[in-house]
Write a protein that binds this ligand. Structure first.
Ligand code: GLC
Length: 585
């Protein structure tokens, strides 16, 4: 489940006085005389999961009907670029915003929504508003006080239309003018960008003398707006200026060039920070917990709202086949507090709601795995695998097949193959997420031995097993691993260190191949949360599972259960090797 951040509520409570009418019954959280922390605690204690998730959602104006606001407890609305009531007067804008606000205030708790817009060089979406020079021209002035006055003027014009939040300033350091957004950057010199963060007190108001570092501040009244430092971090440093692409730079370089203005913005009480679409050294910023939570929140002590960019969650497209529910988890886990969805809010809400359930399923997958072999001897274990390796092979019919890992009784009676049957994460996707971004993953469903030998893999993970079945369709007298699974095991293992993961509804014939397999894992039928397999294979968690049923040597022994006179299993009932979680690298 997404963790509702205190900042959102603190932020919104600031607007309660402005937005909420009189309330009959006294509600502490609505009392502006109460300390902010008391009001937040009171409000949080009253909120349901759905109300909390709703507060994390920002939708576009075109879908923000009062009914939607009420039904989904939506916390914020935005005008995307150009999304404006046609040639609207200030009065029309105020009415537009207020009509949406009425929907938000009609909810059980009456939490007001906050409306945001790109006022990046004046109130630039609005007919007849003053349009100031874009940031590149303002960088020429090197005049922080001029920029602050522009912020003050912009805030007045924005509030005149009933809007209290702007997605500005962009504090990108554009290092390559081939970038299409270079004019939104004040300068290539981060010191100029730092100086011109003075627009933030222009927009939000000067910090009171006793304000705490990192705590957002927007002056009360109707002349200031919440600001948004964007796009965190490194948006202006992408390779060849390709928009939303990859910023390849050392941490030192990132901190010296692209980060300094965020220190200034936070010191000046910026209310929100927007995450960049770009990646840093191959890791999407929208999924970068180290930089969003670890650095921005924990190291720089930012206590405002971290907001995604427009469909920023949807653009988390790695690992391969990452589906939307994976992206929701990755974004919220990274530390994004509010998601600029902006249209498919029901899917986002469902995924975040069931995230909790998916986490539960993932835990169950981890605990259901049984480690049957781990290297040739106890002092030379293969698992857990290193996350950092030059090149690894993932192979097998069941590595990238959600239907196979779910088995029978899934969507249909007999179950299905493929990845379209429902949403979830395949074992391959889980592996791709788990490994270091520098590790190259080659996926091949049924590679031949020459391919394996020619590629000098660090190690291989072979995922094979049974196709889905139910009832009589699963009756099987030989219990062999169906082809191409067996060929994949023989082609891969023996040429490279291999971990074989068996996805099956029962023990299968494996004894004849065991000597060439370095590590063997029984995964049974793990379901939609395939990343639970990677969690344990790569040591985020240890193996703990014990066989709930005997693993036979040959089918001629069957039936054979613990306690039988002829009991001579390959792996006995209750068997299972254990591993400790890997020390974090
Ligand atoms: C865009 C931009 C961002 C803007 C947002 C809302 O994609 O990257 O700067 O604030 O969407 O319009």
């Amino acid at each position: 489940m997404g963790k509702l951040s205190i900042p959102i509520l603190g932020f919104l409570l600031l607007f309660f006085a402005a937005a909420a009418g009189d309330t009959k019954k006294y509600l502490k959280y609505k009392d502006p005389k109460q300390p902010l922390g008391v009001r937040i605690k009171d409000l949080m204690s009253r909120m349901t999961l759905q109300e909390k998730i709703g507060q994390m959602v920002q939708v576009e104006r075109s879908v923000a009907t009062p009914d939607v606001m009420k039904k989904y407890f939506i916390g914020s609305v935005l005008s995307g670029g150009g999304s404006v009531p046609p040639k609207a007067s200030a009065e029309t804008w105020v009415k537009t915003v207020n009509d949406i606000q009425k929907g938000a205030l009609s909810t059980r708790l009456g939490i007001p929504m906050i409306y945001g817009i790109d006022a990046v060089h004046g109130h630039n979406n609005v007919y007849k508003a003053t349009i100031f020079p874009h940031n590149v021209g303002l960088g020429v002035t090197r005049d922080p006080q001029l920029i602050k006055r522009i912020g003050e003027a912009t805030a007045l014009e924005v509030r005149a239309t009933g809007i209290p939040y702007v997605f500005a300033p962009c504090i990108a350091v554009c290092v390559d003018p081939r970038w299409g957004r270079c004019y939104e950057s004040y300068s290539e010199d981060s010191r100029i960008v730092q100086a011109l963060t003075e627009i933030i007190p222009g927009l939000q108001g000067d910090l009171p003398a006793n304000s705490k570092k990192g705590v957002p501040f927007v002056a009360p009244g109707k002349t200031k707006v919440a600001a948004c430092a964007k796009h965190y971090v490194g948006d202006g440093g992408t390779t060849r200026g390709i928009n939303e692409n990859n910023t390849v730079i050392s941490l030192n370089g990132l901190l010296n060039i692209h980060m300094p203005a965020y220190f200034n913005a936070i010191t000046k009480g910026v209310a929100t920070v927007m995450v960049s679409y770009s990646s840093w050294n191959g890791k999407k910023m929208h999924a970068n917990r180290d930089l969003v939570t670890g650095f921005l929140k924990n190291k720089m002590k930012f206590r405002g709202i971290v907001i995604s960019d427009w469909q920023g969650i949807d653009r988390i497209t790695s690992p391969p086949h990452a589906n939307y529910s994976y992206s929701v988890e990755a974004g919220v886990s990274a530390g994004i507090d509010m998601v600029m969805v902006p249209y498919n809010f029901t899917e986002f809400i469902d995924d975040l709601t069931y995230q909790e359930h998916r986490e539960l399923a993932r835990e169950a997958v981890r605990k259901s795995l049984v480690l049957l072999k781990n290297g040739e001897s106890a002092d030379e274990p293969l698992l857990p695998l290193p996350k950092k390796a030059p090149k690894i092979l993932v192979a097998g019919s069941h590595a990238d097949n959600l239907g196979y890992q779910c088995g029978g009784w899934t969507i249909t009676w007999q179950g299905l193959g493929g990845n379209d049957l429902t949403s979830g994460t395949t074992i391959l996707s889980g592996i791709s997420t788990a490994v270091d971004p520098s590790t190259e993953i080659i996926y091949s469903e049924s590679p031949n031995a020459d391919f394996v030998k020619a590629n000098n893999f660090s190690y291989a993970i072979v995922v094979v097993g049974e196709p889905p079945y139910a009832e009589m369709a699963g009756d099987n007298l030989n219990l062999t691993i169906p082809e191409p699974g067996l060929s994949t095991i023989t082609n891969v293992c023996g040429s490279v260190k291999c971990v074989v993961v068996i996805v099956s509804g029962r023990p299968l014939v494996i004894e004849p191949y065991l000597s060439r397999i370095d590590a063997l894992v029984a995964a049974w039928l793990p379901g939609t949360e395939g990343q639970g397999v990677a969690d344990v294979i790569f040591g985020d968690y240890g193996f703990t599972g014990k066989l709930p049923r005997t693993w036979f040597k040959t089918v001629d022994q069957l039936p054979m259960n613990v306690g039988d006179d002829h009991y001579d299993p390959l792996f006995p009932f209750g068997f299972g090797l254990t591993t400790e979680p890997a020390k974090s690298s």
